[in-house]
Design a protein around this ligand. Sequence first.
Ligand code: NAD
Length: 413
Amino acid sequence: MGSLFEDALKRVDEAAERLNLDENIYRILRKPKKQVIVSIPVEMDDGTIRVFDGYRVHYNVAMGPAKGGIRFHPNVTLDEVTTLAMWMTWKCAVVNIPFGGGKGGVAVDPHKLSVKELERLTRRYTAEIIDLIGPDVDVPAPDVNTNSQVMAWIVDTYSMHMRKTVTSVVTGKPIFLGGSRGRREATGRGIMFIAREAGRVYGLPLKNATVAVQGFGNVGSVAAKLIAMHGARVVALSDVNGGIYNENGIDVNAALRKVEETGTIVGLEGTTPITNEQLLELDVDFLIPAALENQITRENADKIKAKIIVEGANGPTTTEADKVLNERGVKVIPDILSNAGGVTVSYFEWVQDRDGYFWKESVVNDRLEEVMTDAFNDVYQMSKQHNVPMRLAAYMVAIKRVADITKARGIYA
Ligand code: NAD
């Protein structure tokens, strides 16, 4: 099997080539700065000891401390963590926040552990990587199968080692432990700002536009709700159980209530059922894939009828599909730009913790809007200047920022 990292580098190579980047600098950007593997012995509730493999990678820290989540999943590998750390580098750079890229993970199925076992695993993993993390060094966050409780255990473990409370060592914490207002909605809200800006430049204002959203979790449900509040007609929604459709528009608040009551949107009154595949191929103005990776592929790319795709999920469009969509003139606003609202408010959380002064939600949202619209405009200008699709332009903006800083700093010898 090919390396995920080598494959991901191809998009970066293309951007570097278009930028005519200094080869000496680019050699640095193609490498992870630090990759650490740790063994994590954990005493199980039955007294046996299991040893898990854990990873933490700093891909590039030219712009500031490494930033990126920690995932607990049986398939976690060093290759995957390195790739995700590289993506975080470009994501932070594209929205121009002073962070580098990092990622961590433990190869474990957390659903098979008790809460106490999970806590012991989290604390020992934290202790094993303690020299790598810290508010000025590397600031982890939740990712697949980790949440605000896991972050709280990391804060506590780190604080015990430092002999003082340090909440800014991670983001994605509960609000009462230094979390930020507006963080839960930040990714979906960022998607709304990006869809609005894309609609503006491509002549498809959100007001009265038709929208389909795949995935109705943290990202998809908030994006759908806020986009509907801007006057768009959300005609289709879906979750893991299937999709729903109403050409006159779905009441997103009613869909949220339905999920609360039954665990799924399927069966919402006044809608007809559709499949996730059908949802992707609807004739709509905006399509927002906000569920999983690899949803738009070589198989369905030529059937996509949406005019603008705003990627909520990470990696929903494959490289082959990208080519087809570009040829057909579908505008794809890439994940590293569209879903960067989450990491942007994580940055705000870190700033608030370090200041010990917490912002009102309206302040968080206003500052998020400014960061997202500026980032959209930077990428759009790059795309026009070089006549390239938005994905390539986003990589070019990000890589140029990291390259310029690397060049200015020079090589420590
Ligand atoms: P979530 O678990 O809250 O929601 C996922 C949604 O997708 C659920 O509605 C689920 O039912 C649906 N789903 C799962 N499998 C599906 C399938 N096969 N077909 C259709 N729908 C399916 O997750 P989330 O936090 O909303 O994240 C969604 C995506 O956005 C992921 O790719 C994630 O990496 C990415 N993302 C999330 C954030 C964030 O802040 N939460 C930030 C950046 C990127």
